[in-house]
Design a protein around this ligand. Structure first.
Ligand SMILES: Cc1cc2nc3c(=O)[nH]c(=O)nc-3n(C[C@H](O)[C@H](O)[C@H](O)COP(=O)(O)OP(=O)(O)OC[C@H]3O[C@@H](n4cnc5c(N)ncnc54)[C@H](O)[C@@H]3O)c2cc1C
Length: 413
């Protein structure tokens, strides 16, 4: 009997397990998912928690309920992978043997990696919203906030959902205006990037949206140290704050490094089209856990999991894989005041204006804030639980299409 062992039952692990269960014969293949807990968190919803729009019960559901029958869930902390023996060791010593191993343990915020960040100000005047506990504490801090200097800081790249801190800035600006506090608040967006986003057209648009909202942009800001009332960059710039909202360094799981499978941030180097771990025939890494040069996003985890499962099933049935991963990422960006824009891009094509998913028709608009995009983002939570995780057919293309997109004149020239 063959064993597919999937480490991590988040977005990528769940979709890959469910699709593989449909594609592989139950008499020939066991499928096991390992996760540290039984609480599946809808992470995109964390953005709304500080503003009181979502609460914990809106975002957390039992993990086992979203795994197809015939997929075994093992609860345990992965401690080590021994590729030479095809073994995984869990905390407590349990060993799992695999024929194929899928690493889908994501990436997590690590505030411990920035000197001073976890000082007495942590959870008081310094916050993050990338965990549920952190987002809830930030909700309390925003309720108490009466104006002052707010710094939103991205410590380093890559982070999961690289647009989330920008969305947070737009939503905070709108929230403070609603509460009559914007005039008394200085808002700064500090980023290690030279601009608001990684790719030129989107960066230009998102950057001008920040300045239009009177949000000061501090580019090339690499945070070296945090004190009780300031954040200091490697080149000596200091940003004073009354409230700090940080996106800490994001790192893959420690066992990845301990097993000799990771880069300096514990992300697994893979072939960017097949997602096969460098140097290992039977190990693959999906979603945030790998090092492919596209956004770390749920949409990416979804497409990767589908394509990987199809390719592995084809290989095991002696057929060639139908499609390789092209880096396709698709992200709604909340802009505040009930509007959002949409980004669609891949390894080779940057986010461009146009319509999605049907070229020329939409209904969603790319790189243009609309109400429909905003409702699309909110509707996605329902889609996530009811269609995406159970791997039901969705009218969303796995590969990016260039149809109906164009490079704006001012950028092309
Ligand atoms: C604030 C925020 C907003 C976001 N917004 C969006 C958005 O709008 N659109 C979008 O597409 N994406 C968004 N994302 C990103 C998206 O949530 C992630 O990219 C996606 O969840 C990645 O899926 P994954 O399966 O790779 O990892 P995860 O879903 O994080 O799953 C990893 C799993 O591994 C488990 N695990 C980790 N280490 C171990 C271990 N050692 N042993 C056992 N189990 C372990 C964890 O418990 C977890 O269940 C957002 C993320 C955040 C934080």
């Amino acid at each position: 009997m063959g064993q597919v062992v999937i480490l991590g039952g988040g977005t990528a692990g769940t979709i890959a397990a469910n699709r593989l269960r449909r594609r592989l014969d139950r008499d020939e293949w066991h499928i096991t998912v390992v996760d540290a807990d039984d609480e599946h968190l809808y992470q995109p919803g964390l953005l709304m928690v500080p503003f009181g729009e979502y609460q914990r019960p809106d975002l957390v559901r039992p993990r086992h309920r979203y795994l197809a029958s015939g997929v075994r869930l093992v609860r345990g902390q992965v401690e080590l992978v021994k590729p030479a023996d095809n073994l995984v060791r869990l905390a407590g010593g349990e060993l799992l043997h695999y024929t194929y191993l899928v690493i889908a343990t994501g990436t997590t915020p690590r505030p411990d990696q920035t000197p001073g960040l976890l000082g007495p100000q942590w959870g008081d005047t310094a916050h993050e919203f990338y965990t549920l506990d952190g987002a809830e504490r930030l909700a309390g801090a925003l309720q108490r906030f009466g104006g002052g200097r707010v710094v939103i800081d991205v410590v380093d790249m890559p982070i999961k959902c690289p647009v989330a801190p920008l969305e947070f800035a737009f939503l905070l600006d709108a929230h403070l205006r609603r509460r009559g506090l914007r005039g008394r608040t200085e808002l700064t967006y500090a980023t290690p990037l030279p601009g608001a986003f990684t790719r030129p057209v989107a960066s230009q648009l998102l950057g001008s949206m920040l300045t239009d909202r009177n949000i000061i942009v501090e580019p090339d800001f690499m945070a070296e140290q945090v004190t009780g009332d300031g954040i200091v960059s490697y080149d000596g710039r200091r940003l004073g704050y009354d409230l700090l909202v940080t996106v800490p360094l994001n790192m893959g799981a420690d066992y990845v490094a301990d097993s000799g499978l990771g880069d300096e941030l514990n992300h697994v180097p893979v072939d960017r089209h097949t997602l096969q771990a460098a140097g290992y025939e039977n190990i693959f890494a999906l979603g945030d856990a790998n090092d492919v040069p596209t956004s770390k996003a749920g949409s990416v985890a979804h497409v990767e999991a589908e394509l990987f499962a199809d390719a592995l099933a084809a290989r095991l049935h002696g057929r060639p894989a139908e499609a390789d991963f092209d880096g396709h990422a698709n992200c709604f960006v909340e802009c505040g005041d009930g509007r959002a824009l949409l980004l669609d891009f891949n390894y080779d094509t940057e986010p461009l204006p146009g319509s999605y998913p049907v070229p020329g028709l939409g209904p969603f608009r790319l790189l243009r804030p609309t109400r429909l995009n905003h409702w699309g983002k909110h509707a996605f939570r329902w889609m996530y639980w009811h269609a995406l995780l159970p791997d039901r057919p969705l009218p969303l293309p796995a590969r990016m299409s260039k149809a109906g997109k164009h490079v704006p004149q001012e950028v092309a020239s």
